[in-house]
Structures are given as structure tokens and as C-alpha cells.
Ligand binder design. Structure first.
Ligand SMILES: NC(=O)c1ccc[n+]([C@@H]2O[C@H](COP(=O)([O-])OP(=O)(O)OC[C@H]3O[C@@H](n4cnc5c(N)ncnc54)[C@H](OP(=O)(O)O)[C@@H]3O)[C@@H](O)[C@H]2O)c1
Length: 244
């Protein structure tokens, strides 16, 4: 049986990915988010607020259960937030800790626990972190988000390097999904130009039909997970994943 532990399964990319994986009989999905919107016999939901680090630490044993007859165990750190969009100098200071808790601290804690909890499992183990192009270029107003995704990329690179040195059966990836038609993009289009100079460009993406449907992104990610051995890089964009 293949086990997938996925954060942010209540909507957007995480929900589409969980539903795509559940199409295969051998796949079991353990989802984590504040809300639950999937009902399926092979889906288990753990309600958790990933910005509440104490609650996360107290509930780690529920996120990583004992898994029987595992042929593959996958952790997908998908949950993410843009947070308050504002220039540095005019944003609430707690915004940085909020964005970093969800986008960096929670993934780091989950990776650390995943590696120790399933240390003795001999099956292949995969850690897939959902990053962003915003971690590779500066976007005005998004300093917390850009910095958090850059941190997630470096966390991924470092963990993969350690696992290589340990000669383990763990692979780590950090993939940018492109611009996807989800609630996160709705939030971005609602911003004022004074908060974020690129807002018109993002509105145009929507009007031009340039946003990817989350289901298409999920299918690509599913395909990637089926063929992950052929990918050598840790950090890459979704365009590198072959389409059907
Ligand atoms: N959409 C894009 O264009 C785009 C582009 C680049 C990268 N990404 C990345 O792709 C990932 C998924 O984004 P999306 O567009 O699918 O976003 P979305 O539609 O806003 O969904 C975000 C998911 O994360 C969960 N989440 C947010 N805050 C949480 C918290 N405090 N505790 C637990 N779960 C939380 C939400 O669940 P609850 O609200 O139920 O808790 C939801 O299931 C993110 O990491 C994002 O940075 C997206």
C-alpha cells in the first residue's frame, strides 16, 4: 500500500492532488488542514492549524500513524499562505511569524518527524515540498512569502544532501506549481496596486485563462510521483514534469 500524508487538502492544489491519488486502489491519503472537504474510504483527515506550532507538536503522533505493509510513504508539504501583502516598513510584525510558521516551520517539523517516525521502514520514502517561483525572484509586497519559499527550497536541498550522505531510501523535492486557479490567486487579485505592483498582471492571467486548473497540476504531480526516480534535481518547476 502507498501512503500519502498531505497538508492543505481542504481546497486548491492539495485537494485536487489528494483526489487524484485516491483514484488508485493502493493509495491511502492522510490529510491535514483546518477544514475537511474530502469524504472517501481511503482518506483520513486530521484537523490542525499549522500556524499553531504548539498544537502541531502535540499532535504529531496523529499525523504520522503506524502504517501497515507500506510499499511507499510520501510526505507532501503543500499547505501555504501568502499572508498580509504590504511593503516592509508598513506590515504587521506578526505577519512574518505567521507566514514562516505555515510555510517553513510546519514543513520542517513534519519532515523531521516523518524521517524519524518511518526510519525503520525499508520502502521508498519521498518528501515533496510545494514551493513557488516567488522563492526564486523578489516580488514587491510579498517579502514574507518570497523569503519563506526560498527557505523551503534550501531546506529541501539540505535534507536531500543529508539523506544522500546517509545512503538512505529518501528522496526530497521542492516543486513550483506555476500560477494555479485557486483561492490563493483570488486573494492576490483582490489586492491594491499600492500593496503589490504586479496585481494587474495577475488579473490578466485570470482574464486570459492563463491560470492552470488545480486538477491539471495534480495530474502532473501524480505523474511525477509515479516516475520520481528519473528526476535528479531537488528544486524545479512543474514545467519540467512531462505531461500525459
Ligand atoms: N495557486 C498558485 O498560483 C500557487 C503558485 C505557486 C505556489 N503555490 C503554492 O501551492 C500550495 C497550495 O496553494 P493553493 O493555491 O492550493 O492554496 P489555497 O487554495 O489557498 O489552499 C491552501 C491550503 O492550505 C491550507 N492551509 C492554509 N493555512 C493553513 C493553516 N494555518 N493550517 C493548516 N492548513 C492551512 C488550507 O486549508 P484550511 O484553510 O482548511 O486550513 C488549504 O487546504 C501553497 O504552498 C502555495 O504557496 C500556489
Amino acid at each position: 500500500m502507498n501512503y500519502y500524508i498531505i497538508t492543505g487538502t481542504s481546497k486548491g492544489i492539495g485537494k485536487a492532488l489528494a483526489e487524484a491519488l485516491l483514484q488508485e486502489e493502493q493509495n491511502y491519503v492522510y490529510g491535514v488542514s483546518r477544514n475537511c472537504s474530502i469524504t472517501h474510504s481511503r482518506y483520513h483527515h486530521q484537523p490542525l492549524n499549522l500556524s499553531d506550532i504548539v498544537a502541531l507538536e502535540n499532535n504529531l503522533h496523529k499525523v504520522f500513524p503506524v502504517l501497515k505493509n507500506a510499499e511507499r510513504i510520501v510526505l507532501i508539504n503543500n499547505a501555504g499562505v501568502v499572508g498580509e501583502v504590504a511593503y516592509m516598513g508598513s506590515q504587521a510584525t506578526h505577519n512574518f511569524s505567521y507566514v514562516f510558521d505555515v510555510n517553513v516551520m510546519a514543513p520542517a517539523i513534519l519532515i523531521n518527524t516523518f524521517l524519524s517516525a518511518y526510519h525503520t521502514e525499508n520502502c521508498p520514502k519521498i518528501i515533496l515540498n510545494i514551493s513557488s517561483g516567488a522563492g526564486k525572484r523578489p516580488v514587491d509586497g510579498w517579502s514574507a512569502y518570497c523569503a519563506s519559499k526560498a527557505a523551503l527550497d534550501m531546506l529541501s536541498l539540505t535534507v536531500q544532501q543529508e539523506q544522500l550522505l546517509l545512503n538512505s531510501n529518501v528522496r526530497v523535492f521542492s516543486i513550483s506549481p506555476g500560477v494555479v486557479d485557486t483561492a490563493m490567486q483570488d486573494h492576490i487579485r483582490d489586492l491594491e496596486e499600492s500593496q503589490f505592483s504586479e496585481v494587474e498582471k495577475f488579473k490578466k492571467y485570470k482574464n486570459d485563462g492563463a491560470l492552470r486548473p488545480p486538477e491539471e497540476v495534480a495530474e502532473r504531480m501524480k505523474r511525477f510521483l509515479e516516475n520520481y526516480q528519473q528526476y535528479k534535481d531537488v528544486v524545479f518547476r512543474i514545467e519540467s514534469i512531462e505531461q500525459h
